[in-house]
Design a protein around this ligand. Structure first.
Ligand code: ADP
Ligand code: MG
Length: 637
């Protein structure tokens, strides 16, 4: 029998470990910053080139390393932070697994220069792909400077996995924020390609949040403070009115470590229920302190996932602390002396004659003539569950021409409602489309549209020859705006855009510069007039007619977030996704049409779309209930 098991050489084992610890430049930055913090640094400089691809450098003024340690620190399981398994339950440092430097040195060319206080000379170590290239004394400042060059130089597959620089840099930016927010007493600078992105002085938490998130950071926040035997919680939560469409500014820290914890995050968000609209997210910066023995940080190599022994108690305390702060500080702003939802009961103008309500009925209807299945004994519940709502329309559907015939023909209503949705084609062209639609047209042209019914503040119900059509107004609006934006981008772009009285400025992080450039291009294509100003600001000067000024910030936020999270990518129909994102934002604040004419205009615009039955993301915009559906429902009673 032959033996087939062998022990992997260290360099291979380190490369495998590197897969978990350093998967992109940002994770390397995280490890180096954490080491500098553990070394007691008061001032830390981060320098990156090409989003960390060619260089990541961290310089600290911490305690430095001895000559032996400078060589040892690149060995696997080399750590000064724990000595026995018992220490695992009292961890107060950021690192302790002794994996980071070994992993980084396995996949990059690393140069370390370090000097301890009082030592005359420092030590320099150069190591590439786990092989020490040189080691010796050097003169350098007190503390440690570590340069990581050409990350993944020996693993092309991993290098090819990296995203474009704008995205990698925004990951680094996020890691940097997570570290600096909780280490407010340490000074930080961050340079990318020679540009200074952050220059943070030591200060309190509020000052740090303000410095990182822009001048007015804390004006948008309420303080939180709660002290119990189990856990203490302090920090800031966003005022409900500043809730955003993206989850950007949500930061939870535990014992000075950024953590990801879905249930904790849910607990905070649940305190906002009913205070903020659906699909918007509050900001929060919460710092939890707990006895380290009641916490397990060793469940994942990157240590962002943690487990609490008293999870239940921590959840309740966090939720209660958030609620308390919201309750306490909202009271002052709560009293609204000018409620907008009051009923308008003003008397009708003189001489106004209310329209006579009309009732339609079937002249041939005879209630006693019912026979066959309809006469079956009714059961307690109507069987609507088995209804086929017929929401899978295609252009070939029987009722299709019917919609167009009835609504697209009324071009005068359409023209008068340009604000709701401008048709994608000129009116005459629509007429042509209409007549091309075939047989149904003969019976429908000239027929007046049915009076649409508004239902539940959300649905428009109208009847057509093919059945009763129930339109979800918001979804319809999403489709209409989407097609309008897309058609603008293909033809006219900024023509007809509406100039804003005061340009709107949307502010992002200093590292988002490249993403802002991309967002500016996309927005200009859709008919906005925008510019990238001041490093991290996007200024909007004009909007396309279908976009309201009040939605502009949400739109810019969602576009930049989409670009950052690579949901919007050049290869994935770049502009289409941007149009869909914008349309969703416009639609979610769209005001339900006030009268029948406005409802007809919506219906008209919807059926003028190339795919009226679905939203850009594929959800149905309408359902049709035809006679067969109703017969089926009543048969089962
Ligand atoms: P860990 O942080 O888990 O201990 P690392 O591989 O990140 O493991 O670092 C190994 C050791 O190298 C640390 O325990 C520490 O003693 C030393 N070290 C790393 N970076 C620094 C630094 N910037 N200043 C001083 N010592 C450092
Ligand atoms: Mg470390």
């Amino acid at each position: 029998m032959t033996d087939i098991i062998n022990i992997l050489p260290d360099s291979v084992a380190n490369q495998i470990a590197a897969g978990e610890v350093v998967d992109r430049p940002a994770s390397c930055v995280k490890e180096l910053l954490e080491n500098a913090i553990d070394a007691g640094a008061r001032r830390i400089q981060l320098i990156v080139k090409d989003a960390g691809r060619t260089l990541i450098q961290v310089i600290d003024d911490g305690k430095g390393m001895s000559t032996t340690d400078a060589r040892l620190c690149f060995e696997r399981h080399a750590t000064s932070k724990i000595h026995s398994a018992d220490d695992l339950f009292a961890i107060r440092t950021m690192g302790f697994r002794g994996e980071a430097l070994a992993s980084i040195a396995a996949v990059a060319q690393v140069e370390l220069r370090t000097r301890q206080a009082g030592a005359e000379l420092g030590t320099q170590v150069i190591i590439e792909g786990s092989m020490v290239k040189s080691q010796g004394p050097c003169s350098c400042g007190e503390g440690t400077a570590i340069s990581v060059k050409n990350l993944f130089f020996n693993i092309p597959a991993r290098r090819n996995f990296l995203k474009k620089d704008s995205i990698e840099l925004s990951h680094i930016d996020e890691v940097f924020r997570r570290v600096v927010l909780v280490n407010n007493e340490i000074e930080f600078t961050f340079h990318a390609n020679g540009r200074l992105l952050y220059d943070l002085r030591a200060g309190n938490k509020a000052q740090r949040i303000t410095a990182v998130f822009g001048m007015h950071g804390t004006e948008k926040l309420f303080p939180v403070q709660e002290q119990t035997d189990v856990v203490s919680v302090e920090g800031f939560i966003g005022k409900p009115e500043y809730a955003r469409k993206t989850r950007g500014e949500q930061y939870l820290f535990c014992n000075n470590r950024y953590i990801k914890h879905q249930r904790l995050a849910n607990a905070v968000e649940s305190a906002y229920r009913e205070l903020i609209p659906e699909h918007t997210y509050p900001s929060y910066f919460l710092f939890i302190t707990i006895d380290p023995s009641r916490l397990d940080v060793n469940i994942h190599p990157t240590k962002t996932e943690v487990r609490f022994v008293d999870e239940h108690a921590v959840l309740s305390i966090l939720r209660a602390a958030t609620r308390k702060s919201l309750g306490q500080f909202r009271l002052a702003t709560e009293i609204d002396f000018n409620p907008s939802s009051e009923l308008d009961l003003s008397p009708a103008p003189k001489g106004y004659i209310p329209p006579v309500p009309t009732v339609s009925y079937r002249e041939d209807y005879d209630p006693f003539a019912v026979s066959g299945p309809q006469a079956a004994a009714p059961t307690a519940r109507a069987g609507f569950d088995r209804l086929s709502w017929g929401n899978q329309h295609t252009q070939q559907d029987e009722g299709w021409a019917d919609y167009r015939g009835r609504y697209v023909a009324t071009t005068d209503t359409l023209a008068s409602s340009a604000a709701t949705a401008a048709p994608t084609q000129p009116a005459e062209q629509q007429q042509t489309v209409l007549f091309a639609d075939g047989d149904d047209m003969e019976t429908d042209v000239g027929e007046q549209p049915q009076m649409p019914i508004a239902y539940g503040g959300r649905y428009i119900i109208t009847s057509l020859r093919s059945g009763v059509v129930v339109i979800d107004y918001r979804r319809a609006e999403e489709r209409i705006v989407f097609e309008q934006l897309l058609s603008r981008s293909r033809h006219t772009s900024a023509a007809g855009s509406q100039q804003l009285l005061f340009p709107l400025t949307c502010t992002f992080g200093p590292a988002d510069s490249a993403l802002i450039d991309e967002a500016v291009t996309l927005m200009d294509d859709m008919g906005f007039v925008t510019e990238h100003a001041d490093g991290a600001s996007l200024v909007v000067r004009a909007v396309p007619p279908c976009v309201r000024e009040s939605d502009v910030k949400d739109i810019a936020d969602c576009l930049v977030a989409g670009l950052r999270e690579t949901q919007i990518q050049p290869e994935g129909g770049y502009l289409e996704v941007a149009c869909a994102t914008t349309a969703r934002q416009v639609a979610c604040h769209a005001v339900f049409p006030a009268d029948a004419q406005a409802m007809n205009a919506v219906i008209g615009s919807l059926f003028a779309c190339s795919a009226p039955t679905l939203t850009p993301s594929g959800k149905p915009t309408l359902i049709t209930i035809n006679e067969a559906c109703l017969d089926q429902a009543f048969d089962r009673i």
